[in-house]
Design a protein around this ligand. Structure first.
Ligand code: AGP
Length: 603
């Protein structure tokens, strides 16, 4: 989704903006632009395309961008097609604005401006903000004009604006992230700390309703009631190194290779081999409440949803209560019935997904106890829930989520064991298995990487795939199919294997390969082999992931034998690799697939 960077200091702003925007490329975008304050005004350069295109245009156009104050933006189109005209910043002679989010009342505001003979030129909702500020600037000083314009906006937004008349960058935040980075004689802003971690590790996370005025030495924040407020300065320990490719061709393959470490980091300080789970402080809920929960609701989107779905079986087994896993975009508009002592869990890598956030708000409004499982520190969802258990996967840059998934799964498993233990269940065996997992995952990556490359070479020309599994492997089939769709643009369906004969079997012929995911666990293995028979009888090709081979399959991917409950952690790895290598053979932009964004901050 869109990204914002801003800088005010003694250095040339353009270099800092371009570097920051490059760090935000992973979020997905279609156009980019910058505005820099110069002696006689504000100069803007923007273009459809990539940051590289913007950098070339800057050289070509030879516009003066030598100033020390500026804002930059990567746009992911919501209102209006991706084009140079619709790219941000949007500006007038006096002000230039970048914006993430959606101004929901932009049509009303457009009418309001028209009555004053002020017309917009682009298809965007953002231009309205620039025009409103400009209108108020005719009567008021910049700070007042900015406040008055922001007061008229409805919807979600993070905004950064620079002005001809002042050296202050003005910021506003509501339902879309915006941080301030604190440097030496310099102040930064961005929608995402990864744009700034090269410059500082000290950040202020603006709260909803905040307006902020930043210059190179000062930061002034007003809360929603426009009272001056001090927000805590947080030190974030993410290193730039961990957000770089480190010799890998793409972030996605680097992040798959890091999965074992991501799980290790997530569990190692929280459990030990003596059956102890140290989650009390993080969960921070009465033991009696947790012992007496009578239902768990998990809400998330995409891969995070599949993590919840994959953990459902183990959660139910150890907590002995029903677990409902819901898709956030549906849940937020449904009329859910919560059980009396419900525990509500949201899962989100980015911690900014709009649908998940709204679902969380809804649960909170019903006074349900909420836990978030989030990867990005201090993100909105992490801060909004009653309590947050962070996945310690490190920055996940590739749009296709991989290491976040297994880390989320490990938190959900720990939670299941934690509540199970409170209820008197023995969990020593499970904890020692969890501790062994990173080693098994490392081995799985090594065992399957080359084999999958060969299989991907053979299968990359196919246009349709069916992924099937039973029990714990059904959600993994869904996740495997999602990965393939996302980065290779191949149609892939995930299905419970037993459901095949109720419809999807109609798709099977020699041109539709099936990926069967089936550890040797009865009754699933033999039942899934019957599905394999049905596929073979219709000339379908079979790729099978299992710890037990069968002569019926065309391509067998061998996996370690593992305790069945823990199989999702390792069976997902070759599926992520399969998607990766197929997309590689097809020559696609793996880390930034078309139409997708890393954090989906709009509805
Ligand atoms: C995963 O590969 C996807 N890009 C997507 O489904 C993602 O998992 C979903 O948008 C949820 O994001 P979140 O975990 O940041 O909330």
């Amino acid at each position: 989704m869109c990204g914002i960077v801003g800088y005010v200091g003694n250095d040339k702003a353009i270099n800092i903006l371009l570097k920051g925007l490059s760090a935000l490329e992973y979020r997905g975008y279609d156009s980019a632009g910058v505005s820099i304050k110069v002696n006689n005004g504000i100069n803007t350069v923007k273009t459809k395309g990539r940051i590289m295109d913007l950098a070339s245009l800057i050289i070509e156009e030879q516009i003066d961008l030598s100033g020390n104050i500026g804002i930059g933006h990567t746009r992911w189109a919501t209102h209006g097609i991706p084009s140079t005209l619709n790219a941000h910043p949007h500006y007038t002679d006096s002000v230039s604005v970048v914006h993430n989010g959606i101004i929901e009342n932009y049509r009303e505001l457009e009418e309001f401006l028209k009555k004053k003979n002020i017309y917009k030129k682009t298809d965007t909702d953002t231009e309205i903000i620039a025009l409103l500020i400009d209108m108020f600037l005719k009567k008021f000083k910049p700070k007042e004009a900015f406040e008055k314009a922001v007061a008229k906006l409805e919807g979600s937004f993070s905004i950064a604006a620079i002005f001809k008349e002042t050296d202050t960058i003005m910021l506003a935040k509501k339902d879309s992230p915006l941080v301030i980075g604190i440097g030496r004689h310099a102040t930064y802003t961005a929608s995402d700390i990864s744009a700034l971690i090269d410059h500082t590790n000290k950040f202020i996370f603006l709260e909803d309703g905040d307006i902020a005025f930043i210059d190179k030495e000062n930061i002034k924040i007003l809360d929603h009631s426009r009272k001056s407020i001090k927000r805590e300065i947080k030190t974030i320990d993410w290193s730039m190194e961990s957000a770089k490719k480190g010799g890998y061709k793409h972030f996605m393959i680097k992040e798959i290779a890091e999965e074992a470490e991501a799980v290790r980091n997530t569990i190692q300080s929280r459990i030990d081999a003596n059956g102890n789970i140290y989650l009390n402080d993080e969960i921070n809920m009465d033991e009696s409440f947790l012992k007496n929960i009578d239902g768990i609701t998990i809400v998330a989107c995409g891969t995070s949803y599949y993590a919840g779905f994959s953990a459902k079986t183990v959660l139910e087994k150890f907590t002995e209560v029903p677990v409902n896993v819901e898709i956030a975009s549906e849940f937020r508009y449904s009329e859910p019935i919560f059980s009396k002592h419900n525990l509500f869990i949201v899962i989100s890598q980015s911690g900014e997904t709009a649908d998940t956030k709204e679902s969380l708000k809804f649960a909170k409004s019903k006074r349900i106890k909420t836990i978030s499982i989030v990867n990005v520190k201090e993100s909105a969802i992490a801060r909004m829930a009653d309590t947050c258990i962070y996945t310690l996967a490190g920055p996940e840059i590739s749009v296709a989520s991989t290491k976040a998934f297994v880390s989320q799964l490990s938190v959900l498993y720990m939670l299941a064991f934690y509540i199970g233990k409170l209820k008197g269940k023995k969990i020593d065996k499970e904890l020692s298995m969890l501790l062994k997992l990173p080693g098994i995952m490392e081995k799985t990556f090594k065992m399957t990487n080359d084999r999958i490359k060969t299989v991907a070479e053979k299968y990359h020309p196919y246009k349709n795939f069916l992924y099937i599994g039973r029990g714990l492997m059904y959600p993994i089939a869904l996740e495997g199919a999602l990965k393939l769709k996302e980065i290779s643009y191949i149609h892939a369906e995930g299905y419970p294997a037993g459901e095949m004969k109720h419809g999807p079997i109609a798709l099977i012929d020699e041109n539709t390969p099936s990926v069967i995911i089936s550890p040797d666990k009865e009754p699933f293995y033999s039942k899934t082999l019957s599905n394999a028979e049905e596929i073979k009888a219709r000339s379908g090709k079979i790729i099978m992931l299992s710890d037990k081979n069968s002569d019926m399959v065309d391509d067998f991917i061998e996996l370690e034998e593992i305790e069945y409950d823990f199989s999702p952690f390792i069976y997902v790895i070759p599926l992520q690799l399969l998607a990766y290598y197929i997309a590689l053979y097809l020559g696609y932009d793996i880390d930034q697939p078309r139409n997708l964004a890393k954090s989906v901050t709009v509805e």
